[in-house]
Design a protein around this ligand. Structure first.
Ligand code: ZN
Length: 189
């Protein structure tokens, strides 16, 4: 069964998709309001063989005495590791910003966007330009430390169709799951 991406519209009417099983599922969510479902639809965005650890998750964190929303997740890997598109999409923006450093933004078919920050160099050197269609796992840059960064890592942001930052770890396949899928597709051994 194909799962719809978040934000994609279902063709059926609302009434036709309400099944008894769904009612039970909704009731169980209502019973545990703090539970947030993990629904992966994005492949892990760096070379899984070189990924080391997550240094900072999405959410509120203390920074120089201020509480600030960390709008993405920090994935640590050695400088120069490949940064790859988490899913097929169109490059909607690329450039350099003070905080993000060299970055690439990819827009996906459901209008959600993924942003790849602190890249090692100008992504245009790899031919990554606005309007380009990139495949899932297509290289968009290399891990670096440009912008506000204390060491080589990828800051990965997920924006919904309204531009609001969402927790990437709820949408990402783990490195192990990603490797499993790549093996099935014959793209890794
Ligand atoms: Zn970050």
């Amino acid at each position: 069964m194909r799962r719809n991406l978040p934000g994609t519209r279902s063709r059926g009417s609302a009434a036709s998709i309400i099944s008894p099983a769904l009612v039970v599922l909704l009731a169980s969510f209502a019973a545990s309001p703090r539970m947030v479902a993990r629904t992966p639809w994005l492949l892990f965005p760096i070379d899984v063989r070189r990924f080391d650890h997550i240094s900072s998750k999405f959410g509120m964190r203390r920074l120089e005495g201020h509480r600030k929303l960390h709008r993405g997740v920090d994935l640590v890997a050695p400088q120069g590791s490949w940064v790859v598109a988490a899913r097929e999409g169109r490059v909607s923006d690329t450039g350099r910003s003070k905080t993000c450093g060299w970055y690439v933004t990819v827009e996906h078919e459901n209008s959600w966007r993924t942003v790849y920050c602190h890249l090692r160099f100008d992504p245009r050197r790899l031919g990554i330009v606005e309007g380009l269609t990139v495949p899932a796992m297509g290289v968009v840059g290399e891990v670096g430390s440009t912008g506000h960064s204390t060491g080589p890592h990828l800051h990965f942001t997920l924006l919904d169709d309204r531009g609001h930052a969402r927790d990437p770890l709820l949408a990402l396949y783990t490195p192990a799951e990603t490797l499993q899928m790549l093996k099935k597709m014959g793209l890794a051994k």
